[in-house]
Write a protein that binds this ligand. Sequence first.
Ligand code: SAH
Ligand code: SF4
Length: 388
Amino acid sequence: MSTNSKPNLAGLSLAKLRDLFVGMGEKPFRAEQVMKWIHQRGVLELDAMTDISKPLRERLQQTTCIELPRLVEEFASEDGSRKWIVQVASGSSVEMVFIPEADRGTLCVSSQAGCTLDCSFCATGKQGFNSNLSVAEIIGQLWWANHHLGGFKGPLERPVSNVVMMGMGEPLLNFESVMDAVNIMMEDVAYGLSKRKVTISTSGVVPAIDRLKDFTDASLAISLHAPNDILRSQIMPINRKYPIKELLRSVKGYMDSLSDNRVPVIEYTLIAGINDHRQLARDLAVLLKDFACKINLIPFNPFALSDYRRPSNSSISNFRQILQEAGFIVTVRTTRADDIGAACGQLVGIVADQTQRNSRHIERKLRAETGAKEFDSADNLAIAADSV
Ligand code: SAH
Ligand code: SF4
């Protein structure tokens, strides 16, 4: 968390670190040195950076800072997953989750405290919105995970092999900071993650997807969740502004700009009785007929403020089968870490909400439970769509 206005060395991309050193009359390679200390070796004290001369360290001491978000709590799941909560400068807390699997370790990173978009199935959306995270607050989550998992011990220790920007918030509504943070993740002299293993998940902020290719070549996941605009606009207000056709056009543009033949992941959260009907699977297959992609089905994860339910296992496998028979590669995300409230869409942190959406959702839920008239959420949807 940055408490002063000095540049924070932990939150500068390699290009910005170079500019800083050149601006100080120093050689640009100092940037690589500092980046290695902070992001490869996990060192935050300038005095320990022994390949930098003492006078330069003293100048840096006076003119810069090295600050990360404060780690406030840690949870361990029975399945080996871990969740950490960090406090950010705005006073809110955000969550990140580490999911170990046989062949990889995935860190799910947050980009905002809350989210402005209010998708009807998402706990983060119900929290309202407080702030965008800074670069240091985003990359700091990877730093802390490495710190706790032994990732700074040497080049062979790589507990976090994959990062997904699927924690709290909409990454493409915090564009500049997310771009710098993912580029630090992929930087050889920092975490050195492959572009195939850093994934930005978006609900579909089309103008930002259109700009993406000028800033990064990270992988992309799209939260689609419905095969037609009527249903998608009901559960994802952002669709009213950027409908499906525009979204797919924009995603194709980004994929075409990449130098390899990667395809995007289409995420589809299956909610009982809302978007899990077999006909919708058939419609999805038609919609994506000429669109190269993989499909990831996510069984809905319940949370307190939602009345939605997870479909039965047989509905999930029917939905999957229809898509597979149409020729798609389909995976079903296994639910991990829900004993510590860390499954997809359950991340909430503590958000000092600025939108009052959270209190309205709580009131609506209370009214529904006491049999009073259901709250009309149209005004919420309008607010969310306007804030894009
Ligand atoms: N804002 C971005 C990234 C964060 S959400 C986005 O929307 O893509 C990460 C993924 O979790 C998205 O695909 C989202 O739709 C899904 N998700 C949200 N709430 C969920 C829930 N309750 N159960 C299952 N998946 C959920
Ligand atoms: Fe925001 Fe993503 Fe949740 Fe929608 S699913 S409210 S975009 S975090």
